[in-house]
Design a protein around this ligand. Structure first.
Ligand code: PEP
Ligand code: MG
Length: 607
């Protein structure tokens, strides 16, 4: 497949579809009529009220359509917007602007909404920051109504073939208004798996790809495109052969889906009776539902960066306690591994005023930032100790390169526990501390680290990046970024052995664990706990149930002596082919989301 015709993104609703592209541009209109004469004030207030009523009816209608087409739960997406329009305080404030400042209805509404948007987007409450998108939605609808613009441009004629819609931002409102018969697929520049519109697209069964960065520039109306919502790309002007290949792959995906459903709810146990623990990686609170639905046995990696990204202030101790307790309650009886802030590199929050660094991935990040800012670190450590009272909360330290960092963190934890006790605040006296093995330095001295840790967790995304000296987010190098490189394999073996020696748990939480062929390798290397990206849980569960652990170990042994990544891959495929149809497996493989795409998912979560 020639890469210059491929636009990559993040697959958020599975399925492959082909059709003519249709670009929908919808933007918040510019308000030109800003003030009114004093005698027009009453009429202006009436215009506002009428617009609010009309938009409310429109939203209620959308909610009903969503209920019919996608279900009652999905239809609640519109509740927040309807409630906002009914909020007497909000409406009164807008009317006051018209009355006292003689603003036009559209100007007053815009002013108040933008003011709230600025306030909410800097709020310490995650829920409030999430509602910013709802606010933008009603701003668009009410302004369009007041300036008399249609809310969405009409789609192609009813007898035209179903289109693949391209837009900047895919809102739930737009998604549900698109009739299934007219729409074959959806692609947007912004958004991520957890966006409301993505959830809706999945429920409606419309394949969807988000994060297609240059989609609007490269696509023209009517251009034939192939959209793959499973693997997350759009192919412009596909050839006959590419269409046939996509059709085959889609058929296999359906077959695989049926098999995955058969093992839903069954334990992750190999044919020879060895059990494997599957946990979930949670980047954003919305992912908890999917993680739970797929029966993860705990959260193996709770990334805490979303708490700070896009905010001007750092989260408080209470706020973090609430989050950790919430997750612990949802996974009662299972571990919840909270990773301390992995700031820096691609994740620097506005709350942190730092000068740009020439080499951010080799710069001031993760544990380095935390240890240099004990006042910031203590807040998180205290929160984890307090939350430990409600469940099996554990702490995981990112980017460790030497044991002093671990020792220093332990001292801070002990000190935090003492002060909490002195202050009379209920908290645990200590908690399990794990180290992320994600730098070659940590992998090389893993024996010493293991001797001082309660558990290890391998971050294969960074471990691969630093071992191979390949930027994990660089699209040009994506083909070379291979965690199955022989050098990475040697380190993985070493880490597994060190954990066994020290008699502590070693899990893998990098994206590698979510890839079935790599999961087979990791099991063969001796890892028994994998923490996965939530959508990968069914596939890896199914895989575990197909294989024999001895065969996995034998394949891993052979892979360890391979001299190239290609040889590693062939060896593993040969080993796995005894149990599963490799082509079938490939059809269900999820796109690799490390680096930039995952960051976009953070950003959209904190809009
Ligand atoms: C990793 O590096 O493999 C990892 C799990 O952490 P992150 O992707 O957040 O850097
Ligand atoms: Mg990492």
């Amino acid at each position: 497949m020639t890469t210059d015709r491929v636009l990559s993104g993040v697959g958020v609703a599975p399925g492959i579809t082909i059709g003519p592209a249709q670009v929908i541009q919808w933007e918040i209109p510019t308000v030109t009529r800003t003030v009114v004469a004093p005698q027009e004030v009453d009429r202006e207030i009436e215009r506002l009220r009428e617009a609010l009523r009309a938009v409310q009816r429109m939203l209620e209608d959308l909610r009903e359509r969503t209920r019919q087409r996608a279900g009652a739960e999905e239809s609640k997406i519109f509740d927040a917007q309807i409630l906002m329009l009914e909020d007497p305080e909000f409406v009164w404030e807008v009317e006051r602007l018209i009355r006292e400042n003689q603003l036009s209805a559209e100007r007053a509404f815009e002013f108040k909404t933008l003011e709230l948007r600025a306030l909410w987007s800097q709020s310490s409450s995650f829920q409030l920051r999430q509602r910013v998108a709802d606010l933008s939605g009603i701003l668009l609808r009410v302004l369009n109504h007041l300036v008399d613009k249609p809310i969405h441009p009409a789609l192609a004629a009813p007898d035209a073939p179903p289109a693949i819609v391209f837009t900047r931002e895919l809102t739930p409102g737009l998604t549900v208004q698109l009739e299934r018969e007219n729409v074959a697929g959806l692609a947007s520049v912004e958004g991520a798996r957890t966006a409301h519109a993505a959830i809706l697209a999945r429920s409606l069964g419309i394949p969807c790809v988000m994060g297609v960065i240059d989609g609007l520039e490269r696509v023209r109306d009517g251009m034939q495109v192939l959209l793959d919502g499973t693997h997350g790309f759009v192919l412009l002007e596909p050839t006959e052969a590419e269409i046939a290949e996509a059709a085959d792959s889609e058929q296999r995906r359906h077959q695989l889906q049926d098999r995955l459903e058969e093992v839903d709810g069954l334990p992750a146990e190999t044919r020879d009776g060895q059990s494997v623990t599957l946990r979930g990686n949670v980047d954003l609170p919305e992912e908890l539902d999917e993680t739970q639905q797929h029966r993860a046995e705990g959260v193996g990696l709770l990334r805490t960066e979303f708490l700070v990204l896009g905010r001007k202030t750092m989260p408080t101790e209470d706020e973090q306690v609430r989050l950790f307790e919430h997750v612990a309650r949802r996974f009662r009886g299972y571990p919840v591994v909270v990773r301390t802030y992995d700031l820096g590199g691609d994740k620097f929050p506005a709350a942190f005023q730092t000068a740009p660094e020439p080499n951010p991935f080799l710069g001031w990040r993760a544990i380095r930032v935390c240890l240099d800012n004990p006042e910031l670190f203590r807040v998180q450590l205290r929160a984890a100790l307090r939350a430990r009272v409600s469940g099996d909360v554990r702490l995981l330290l990112p980017m460790i390169i030497q044991v002093e960092e671990l020792d220093h963190t332990r001292e801070l934890i002990a000190e935090s526990a003492r002060t909490l006790q002195q202050e009379g605040i209920t908290a645990a006296a200590s908690l399990p501390i794990g180290v992320m093995i994600e730098t070659p330095a940590a992998a090389v001295i893993v024996d010493q680290i293991a001797a001082r840790s309660d558990f290890l967790s391998v971050g294969t995304n960074d471990l691969t990046q630093y071992t191979l000296a390949i930027d994990r987010g660089n699209a040009r190098l994506a083909g070379r970024f291979n965690p199955r490189h022989p050098a990475v394999l040697q380190l993985l073996r070493r880490i597994a052995e060190a954990a066994q020696q020290a008699n502590i748990e070693a899990s893998v939480c990098g994206e590698m664990a979510s890839d079935p062929l790599s999961a087979f390798l990791l099991l063969g290397l001796g890892y028994r706990v994998l923490s996965l990206s939530p959508p990968a849980l069914p596939l890896v569960r199914w895989l575990v149930r197909q294989i024999d652990m001895n065969a996995a170990a034998a394949a891993a042994e052979r892979a360890l002596v391979a001299s190239t990544s290609a040889e590693v891959e062939t060896t593993l495929k040969e080993g796995l082919a005894a149990f599963v149809d490799i082509e079938l497996l490939e059809a269900g493989r999820l796109p690799r989301v490390v680096g930039a795409a995952r960051l976009r998912s953070f950003q959209s979560g904190t809009l």
